[in-house]
Design a protein around this ligand. Structure first.
Ligand SMILES: NC(=O)c1ccc[n+]([C@@H]2O[C@H](COP(=O)([O-])OP(=O)(O)OC[C@H]3O[C@@H](n4cnc5c(N)ncnc54)[C@H](OP(=O)(O)O)[C@@H]3O)[C@@H](O)[C@H]2O)c1
Length: 171
């Protein structure tokens, strides 16, 4: 794999809640439209639990890379769905479309994996204004020190663009 940009694309409540009992706790049509427009005909990276929570219509017209340790990787389910079992296998993946950006769409485990490895350089984060019950959290502290701009403000949510700061070396 070349060094394509990996952009996080996640929605969370004020505390960072992203999921509850395997599903997304909210449904805002305009937010879903933002997700669909952003990822249309692009590559999405996700964990197996997120893959299982997404309706097939949302996977369609996208290239899907799914993380799971259950299969010998790469495991091609179809021309547009491939399972990988480690970051190493992901980085060595070939035969993926030439998209300049890949969208890391969650969930929390896979976001943690990519952030820990320093592989995420930008993030499109939708902050849902209302708090929800949940059992899966995106740790908002991961974005501390990142550049922040507001892309869109709606009544129920605000979409932010975050950019990772350049490393500052002391001499
Ligand atoms: N609000 C949002 O924007 C948003 C976005 C995405 C998801 N969600 C929600 O988040 C929840 C799911 O998130 P989650 O954190 O529980 O799960 P997840 O990250 O979607 O998937 C976890 C799975 O990924 C695989 N995995 C984890 N680490 C791995 C590694 N190092 N190498 C290979 N595979 C690895 C494992 O699959 P195996 O068990 O198969 O080995 C693991 O069970 C759901 O409630 C979903 O609705 C919300």
């Amino acid at each position: 794999m070349d060094t394509r940009k990996i952009v996080g694309l996640i929605a969370c409540d004020p505390r960072g809640i992203i999921g509850n009992k395997g599903i997304c706790p909210w449904s805002y049509p305009e937010e879903l439209e933002h997700f669909r427009r952003t990822t249309f005909q692009r590559t999405m990276i996700m964990g197996r639990k997120t893959f299982e929570s997404i309706p097939p219509a949302t996977l369609k017209d996208r290239f899907n890379i799914v993380f799971s340790k259950k299969y010998k990787s790469p495991f091609w389910v179809s021309e547009t769905v491939v399972f990988v079992s480690s970051l190493k296998d992901f980085l060595e993946l070939t035969d993926i479309p030439d998209h300049k950006e890949m969208f890391l769409i969650g969930g929390a485990q896979i976001a943690g994996l990519f952030f820990s490895a320093g592989l995420v350089s930008e993030m499109l984060l939708t902050r849902i204004h209302k708090p929800y019950e949940g059992d899966t959290i995106f740790p908002l502290g991961l974005l501390e020190g990142w550049g922040e701009t507001i892309l869109k403000k709606e009544e129920s949510f605000t979409i932010y663009h975050y950019t990772k700061p350049e490393k500052i070396y002391e001499n």
